[in-house]
Design a protein around this ligand. Structure first.
Ligand code: MN
Length: 226
């Protein structure tokens, strides 16, 4: 059984970027439905005793995988958001400058990825198995967890994420998202995964198990306590 994770900020904390009304639908209805549906599907099976990332790793493409991945993707999305403006620091900032040249170029690449993703999906800043930072677009319920990439933040570009507040103006939503990225969380994930367990083709065959624990810490907002 998978628990509904708690929202890491107050319902109205993101206004005017994301209204309380959007949160009530997106978190209160969409996200909750994925959790309930997943629990319905795994009830009485071996998957019922597994963690979320173990389910994602184990399930074949289909309803269980789709609902589990959507639960993960949404939990990660809420934790990618910050009510106040932050900025990358330390090792992640150095890595951004190395792989993208500058923060302006990083934003350009993000906007490009978000505006060219056709239909419903997700835009992730990830670190791939070779150690490179890049933007990864995943359609529908696909998740970089399946490709052994480390996600640092994600933007939900399904219309339900922005339609109430921005109607169909996706670029405007993407621009506002950029101002609300939780860089503290991204930096913490980067620092904790900047090691041979996660980086390097040889040892990065399967990030699920070590990332599972880290994910639990991120989602329960316990990273601050280290
Ligand atoms: Mn969504």
């Amino acid at each position: 059984m998978i628990d509904m994770p708690k929202l890491p900020f107050a319902e109205d904390a993101m206004e005017p970027f994301i209204s309380a009304e959007t949160i009530q639908y997106h978190y209160g209805k969409h996200h909750t439905t994925y959790v309930n549906k997943l629990n319905e599907l795994i009830k009485g099976t071996d998957l019922d005793k597994m963690s979320l990332s173990e389910i994602i790793k184990t399930a074949d493409q289909g309803p269980i995988f789709n609902n589990a991945a959507q639960v993960f993707n949404h939990s990660f999305y809420w934790n990618s958001l910050s009510p106040s403006k932050s900025a990358p620091t330390g090792k992640l900032l150095d890595k951004i400058n190395m792989d993208f040249d500058s923060m302006d170029k990083l934003k350009e690449a993000f906007m490009q990825a978000g505006t060219t993703l056709f239909g419903s999906g997700w835009v992730w800043l990830v670190r791939d198995a070779s150690g490179q930072l890049k933007f990864e677009k995943t359609p529908n319920a696909q998740t970089p967890m399946s490709s052994n990439m480390i996600p640092l933040f994600v933007c939900d570009v399904w219309e339900h994420a922005y339609y109430i507040d921005f109607r169909n103006a996706r670029p405007k939503y993407l621009g506002e998202f950029w101002e609300h990225i939780n860089w503290d969380t991204a930096c913490k994930i980067f620092d904790q995964t900047d090691n041979e367990t996660y980086v390097g083709l040889k040892s990065c065959k399967d990030i699920h198990d070590p990332f599972c624990q880290l994910l639990d810490e991120v989602l329960s907002n316990e990273l601050d306590e280290e």
